[in-house]
Design a protein around this ligand. Structure first.
Ligand code: FE2
Length: 357
């Protein structure tokens, strides 16, 4: 705070006697204050406050149109930051009760009539210094809040980026572009939305789904990239990516990570109970995992890998349709087919809700 800002403070003088108003104006101008507004009618003063509230008010207590207490009351009702705009009562009444009432109504200080020039200068200076320190504190608090907001957003961004990179690391040997994981995230979100899930859950599924195969990070290339069918033992190792992924993601306190853990563990479970690792069936399988199961298979079928050609969209949609009710939850499969124009909207009641844990 510099003295320049105090000198430029907006001071309002409200007193029904013109001589008093003029005297105070002159005293304030002698102290160097340049923005002094004077009012002999408190109603005019209150009107002006709606447009430009002053930094400090010198307010006469006894006025015929409206006394100082009423003015204070109206100011309190109309100014949001009334508590930070000091009011100094000018009164010839030295009665203690009057002073107490004025203080409890929001006045900060008193000036006794007849006013002393030295006292006016000192008291006005003190009140304005307090006012400007409060403004500076307020600005400082706002700047700090803004920095906290920005840091929080950066942390959130970093957290999401780390998750994306973790998903990419798992897919790297198979799909170095990370396109599969990103597509799975987007498509799972669309399917979750089509199933009527609330937007926060849709967003969690979009973030969590790319991590479905994070456990593959622990699999050997000889199995992960093998062309041709896997032996019985190799299949058992390959299946471990579900439990390894769940272990990597386990124990988080964030709902999104708990969904990611469920997805990693159960995205190879089947509706009829023939899947792995736990052989869950039907509604035992978490919905997020059932969504990823459909999307993962469809995306893998429609994109080429080193060991297989890409299926056409129609071929892959046929496969989803065929597997509805055996591998896939029929409701989830229907919603997916509907997104792809295979089923007219409203053919089934497909609104579901995901488990919280
Ligand atoms: Fe998988």
């Amino acid at each position: 705070m510099d003295s320049k800002s105090i000198i430029g403070a907006h001071i309002a003088v409200v007193d029904d006697e013109m001589a008093n108003v003029e005297l105070l104006r002159r005293l304030l101008e002698l102290e160097g204050y340049t923005e002094v507004s004077c009012y002999t009618d408190p109603r005019e003063f209150l009107d002006s406050c709606r447009i430009l509230p002053p930094d400090l008010v010198l307010l006469d207590l006894m006025m015929p149109q409206m006394n100082g207490f009423e003015v204070l009351e109206r100011l309190r009702g109309s100014l949001e930051d009334f508590d930070y705009r000091p009011v100094m009562m000018i009164t010839s009444d030295d009665d203690r009760d009057t002073k107490r009432k004025a203080l409890s109504s929001g006045a900060r200080d008193f000036l006794a009539k007849p006013v002393s020039p030295v006292e006016v200068g000192l008291r006005v200076g003190n009140l304005l210094q307090t006012r400007f320190l409060q403004l500076e504190l307020q600005r400082h608090a706002e700047r700090l809040e803004e920095r906290v907001r920005s840091r929080t957003a950066q942390l959130e961004e970093a957290r999401l980026e780390i998750l994306e990179r973790l998903a990419l690391a798992a897919e790297y040997r198979d799909d170095a572009t990370g396109e599969h994981t990103r597509r799975v995230g987007r498509a799972c979100a669309a399917l979750a939305e089509a199933l009527g899930l609330p937007s926060d859950q849709v967003e969690d599924i979009q973030r969590a789904a790319p991590l479905h195969d994070v456990g593959k990070i622990a699999l050997p290339d000889t199995i992960l990239l093998k062309q041709g069918s896997l032996t019985h033992d190799e299949t058992a190792v390959m299946r471990e990516h579900t439990t390894i992924g769940a272990t990597i993601l386990s124990g988080s306190r964030f709902p999104m990570m708990r969904i990611a853990e469920q997805i990693a563990l159960h995205h190879h479970e089947c509706w009829d109970g023939s899947g792995y690792p736990d052989g869950l069936s039907g509604e035992q399988i978490p919905l997020a995992a059932k969504i990823v199961a459909v999307i993962d298979v469809f995306d893998s079928l429609t994109h080429a890998r080193v060991y297989k050609r890409a299926w056409t969209t129609e071929e892959a949609l046929d496969e989803v349709e065929n597997l509805a009710g055996t591998k896939f939850d029929p409701t989830v499969a229907r919603a997916f087919l509907r997104i792809h124009g295979r089923m007219p909207a409203g053919t089934a009641s497909d609104t579901l809700h995901i488990d919280e844990d």
